[in-house]
Design a binder for this molecule. Structure first.
Ligand code: MTE
Length: 320
């Protein structure tokens, strides 16, 4: 991108094990009940038998999505060891090493702003809001590398429908946790923390935009944005904000963290576009992690059939 703790504490170790498991069971049961009230459906438990939500725990009942790419998946090792997560350092290898300090339970996501049903969701309740699917998506990073990642999640539009946006809701603003104790990278002023991202309402409603809670069939590792993150496959990777604590529906276009850091380099839209170069490098080609030769970058990262209509009539050199 632009610029370049504490020990392994898990929720289960802070509280004594039995209290912790009881609380988790309580949260899982009450959130299932709340989801049933909100949506009229009861989905099967998404976590495995243990009910634990730690990275690597298998997620149950995950369906395959027809929206997946058939390309070869990037190995789990690369997806989880080559990351951008500036809250844990600016090099690619730090997040895997340093993000163990992130405590992902209990975790809440405040959904607020221009909606009829604002609510602070427990993340486990949010996970159960809609059936989980495996979506194998290309991720194209602005720096020129790419991966193919089997995310587990559900369309963001499932949540949007539940909270009922008002007519004033034109954009969504997403915010990452701000806690320099857990996120040591936030002690440095590399970005104006917390990390903020945004989508226009019609982009957010597009079925390709997902809230992801897992990858390779299991709970998301911390370095990939646990416990819940956005994945927007037709945009550069930095739009896919990690470890979300707030989703706000707003009237005005939000200022994103990268726009604030370098407005001439990172625009609000940030659609993958081989024809619009980054001021300091070309975006025409990319290197798929694990491959030697570069390949051509595809318009909208190969998702043009699904999203090109969203930008009809817009000059994408201006709205980059
Ligand atoms: N979200 C937060 N909160 N902080 C970040 O630094 N980096 C972004 C995005 N989401 C980032 C973030 C960038 S630049 C990329 S390419 C993707 O996360 C990388 O996701 P991955 O590490 O899961 O592949």
């Amino acid at each position: 991108m632009l610029i370049k703790k504490p020990s392994d504490i898990k929720g289960s170790e802070i509280t004594d094990k039995e209290t912790y498991l009881n609380r988790r069971r309580f949260l899982i049961e009450t959130s299932a009940a709340a989801a049933a009230v909100a949506t009229g459906f009861v989905f099967p438990g998404h976590l495995g038998d243990s009910g634990e939500a730690h990275a690597g725990t298998k997620l149950d009942g995950v369906r395959k999505s027809p929206l997946s790419t058939g390309e070869k998946k990037t190995p789990f090792k690369d997806i989880t060891n080559y990351n951008n997560f500036y809250e844990f350092g600016t090099d690619k290898y730090s997040p895997a090493k340093k993000s163990k300090s992130l405590i992902t339970r209990p975790w809440t996501v405040a959904v607020e702003g221009e909606i009829s049903r604002p609510k602070v969701y427990d993340v486990d309740e949010l996970i159960k809001l809609s059936p989980l699917e495996e979506r194998i998506y290309r991720l194209r990073c602005v720096e020129g590398w790419s991966m193919v990642i089997p995310w587990v999640g559900y369309p963001l539009n499932a949540l949007i429908k539940v909270v009922e946006p008002t007519s004033k809701a034109k954009y969504l603003e997403f915010v990452t946790l701000y806690d320099p104790k857990q996120m040591p990278g936030q002690r440095r002023g590399v970005l104006d923390w917390p990390y903020v991202e945004g989508l226009r309402m019609d982009e957010a409603m597009n079925p390709l935009a997902i809230l992801a809670v897992g990858l390779y069939g299991a709970v998301l590792p911390n370095q990939n944005g646990a416990p819940i993150r956005l994945v927007v496959p037709w945009k550069y990777g930095f739009k896919s904000i990690k470890s979300i604590v707030r989703i706000r529906f707003v009237e005005k276009q939000p200022k994103t963290a990268w726009e604030k850091a370098a407005p001439n380099e990172y625009g609000f839209y940030s659609n993958v576009n081989p024809e619009v170069d980054h001021p300091r490098w070309s975006q025409a080609r990319e290197r798929r992690i694990g491959e030697f030769f570069k390949r051509k970058t595809l318009m909208f990262n190969g998702y043009a059939d699904h999203v090109a209509h969203l930008y009809k009539g817009m000059d994408l050199k201006i709205h980059f």
